[in-house]
Design a protein around this ligand. Sequence first.
Ligand SMILES: *Cc1c(COP(=O)(O)O)cnc(C)c1O
Length: 428
Amino acid sequence: MSNYKIETKCIQSGYTPKKGEPRVLPIYQSTTFKYDTSDQMGRLFDLEDTGYFYTRLQNPTNDAVAAKICDLEGGVGAMLTSSGQAANFYAMFNICEAGGHIVASSAIYGGTYNLLGTTMKKLGIDCTFVSPEADEAELQAAIRPNTKLIFGETISNPTLEVLDIELFARVAHKNGIPLVVDNTFATPINCRPFEFGADIVVHSTTKYMDGHATQVGGCIVDSGNFDWMAHKDKFPGLTTKDESYHGIIYAEKFGKMAYITKCTTQLMRDLGSIPSPNNCFLLNLGLETLHLRMPRHCANALAVAKYLKNNEKVEWVNYPDLEGDKYHDRQLKYLPNGSCGVVTFGLKGGRDVAIKFMDNLKLAAIVTHVADSRTSVLHPASHTHRQLTDEQLKAAGVNPDLIRFSVGTENVEDIIADIEQALKAATV
Ligand SMILES: *Cc1c(COP(=O)(O)O)cnc(C)c1O
């Protein structure tokens, strides 16, 4: 499918029925698969033959959807997980073990910040956070001899900071390590990080990819570009024998597929977290319209951002596509067709007015979720980051007055009218 344009890939990639087979990707709701002889099955366990045997490792529905996302990103292999968090953990743990170190942008999703700052520390993996504004020297200074990867988000959730992918990739490669990018908010419709030097891309498919808030899921895609063997000593998991798989050396046996094969046969085998085939079917329906929805999300969000910018009740607005935004230059470079549908802003009067504003919204719903067809809104200081003091919030880059407004695909006049009436009600 790789010669088709991205819109065609959204619809056609991953599943091509043969004569007499179902036109629509079937849901293989089966844990297991049948073989005729004991030897046939044995060869699968030796990784001598490829074939399905147990859905924790592979399933035809899941594989078709993974192949579609892989094609959209321009990768060589992909693996689906049961959540974006699992995808982020596996993507990093696949190449970074106890004693290793990660350099990450501090402008990342709260769950991933905790994963890196707290939970992975308990596994003996250390992390240094750097500003998304870090220049080459600052990034280089954060790298240690045991650093295994650099991590960042194309557009950070919720702070909407745009990653300088080329700079981060350059520093990573200078040090013989890969750049891992969470591309959830941009989606491959708006940015394909491999084209700017990223080596591995991660997604929470829960967001725009699904687009309808029906399933929680994640995906890891490998570009196949990183040469593990050239940095043999840094990545022993890929370049030395895996005794739990008959002494296979992944990078030797699987070449460009080494990273994803190890992730599937080792991490998924031992840790689990597969998505259900039924959820993958729903995700696939979402992907079929991703190319139609993203431009609409972006156009609506830009209109909302402009409206807010010109409103005297609004203290500040962040939206990378807005002229004058701190990240506008990076948006033009990395996301020329638009960034995403999320806008953040603060109201005059701060936290209290923010809460009154939200309570008065009628169309926009207060939900934890972000990035689906329905306009939704969240106040991190009162919700996802509720346990933090104002000082801690500021340290995490989240203003206490920050409202995260996820602009849906409804008619934008209705969305703006809703904001207008809620602003009036909140500020009388
Ligand atoms: C939501 C999100 C995650 C976590 O994904 P889940 O599917 O909720 O586990 C990770 N990264 C980003 C950027 C997200 O927006």
